[in-house]
Design a protein around this ligand. Structure first.
Ligand code: SF4
Length: 309
């Protein structure tokens, strides 16, 4: 029998990019992660869905309103950010997104009473970006919605703005253990100072009801410690080790739990077991300018030092 020789990746190429959403795909089904992110001929589209456009546009409106308190300007920026104009009525469309922002005003004013937008380099700390170099093959990037400072306690925090259509009564389990804001909080060291051991990662969630015009807007005031953050970096290091094993063995396991994730059939269903034609893509050079750049090993060593003091 002739063995099938799979093409292995040339490690002299640019590293692959990871993010919170890539990591979520990885933890749901490694084979899907491989097909979507690493292989040629992926059917994963870069094109935006209506939910993604809605999420971005709403997030921009929240950022502007939190910073300026000017709802007219926030609506204008939301309208501008609703691009491309992908709509999926009656669930998700531009007018509804703008209405969601208007309906969020009360909660946003509540937030503005307790928090102010922090500054970095004399600019509002909005949409800051960071790059975390993991090793020669992988790096992780994140974009922070907003950095806030509590007017009462002086504690800093990373605000995550989320939109969802999830119908559960209690949305807490959807966000409480999310590592996203935890990992992103690494930038607080440079904004708030490295001696801040406790910080906040509040979530502002706008739940869009299917046909209704009054969204359910909630604030989840989660608090975190340096130890929580350290564990997040450790976990990322473990994921990295597994990733590199999978690459070395050219085996990314198929996980049934991903086949019907979020109520949708995976687009690779029926084809993902065919590996003979797998061919790795070359990662493009990332020319983005990140405001913060770190190395994972330095970050872990720094946290070990600070936790043991
Ligand atoms: S169909 Fe299922 S096993 Fe196959 S790639 Fe998608 S999630 Fe993974």
């Amino acid at each position: 029998m002739t063995p099938i020789i799979h093409q292995k990746r040339d490690y002299t190429l640019h590293p692959y990019r990871l993010s919170d959403s890539a990591q979520n795909t990885l933890l749901n089904c490694e084979r899907r992660f491989q097909i979507d992110r690493l292989l040629e001929g992926s059917i994963r589209k870069e094109a935006q869905t209506a939910e993604m456009v809605r999420g971005t546009a709403y997030g921009v409106g929240v950022q502007i309103y939190m910073w300026t308190g000017d709802m007219e300007r926030a609506i204008y920026e939301t309208w501008l950010a609703y691009d491309p104009e992908v709509e999926d009525p009656p669930k998700t469309f531009m007018a509804k997104t703008i209405n969601n922002l208007l309906q969020s005003r009360e909660k946003l004013d509540e937030l503005r009473k307790s928090y102010e937008v922090a500054e970095f380099n004399n600019q509002p700390a909005i949409e800051l970006s960071f790059r975390l170099n993991l090793d020669t093959k992988w790096y992780y990037v994140g974009y922070i919605d907003l950095v806030l400072r509590s007017k009462l306690s002086g504690l800093y925090g990373v605000l995550e703005v989320k939109t969802t259509g999830n119908a559960r009564n209690d949305l807490t389990p959807l966000y409480q253990n999310s590592g996203q804001a935890l990992g992103y909080s690494i930038i607080l060291d440079q904004i708030a100072g490295a001696d801040q051991a406790t910080f906040e990662t509040p979530y502002l969630v706008c739940r869009d009801l299917y046909k209704g015009w009054i969204p359910d807007v909630q604030i989840f005031p989660f608090k975190r410690t340096l130890m929580d953050r350290f564990k997040w970096f450790l976990s990322l290091g473990m994921d990295l080790e597994r990733l590199n094993n999978m690459l070395a063995l050219n085996h990314f396991p198929m996980r049934q739990k991903g086949c019907l994730a979020y109520g949708k059939v995976c687009p690779h269903f029926g084809f993902c077991s065919m590996t003979a034609t797998d061919k790795y893509i070359e990662a493009p050079e990332d020319k983005s300018e990140y405001q913060f750049i770190y190395n994972l090993t330095d970050v872990i060593a720094d946290h070990v030092r600070r936790i043991s003091i």
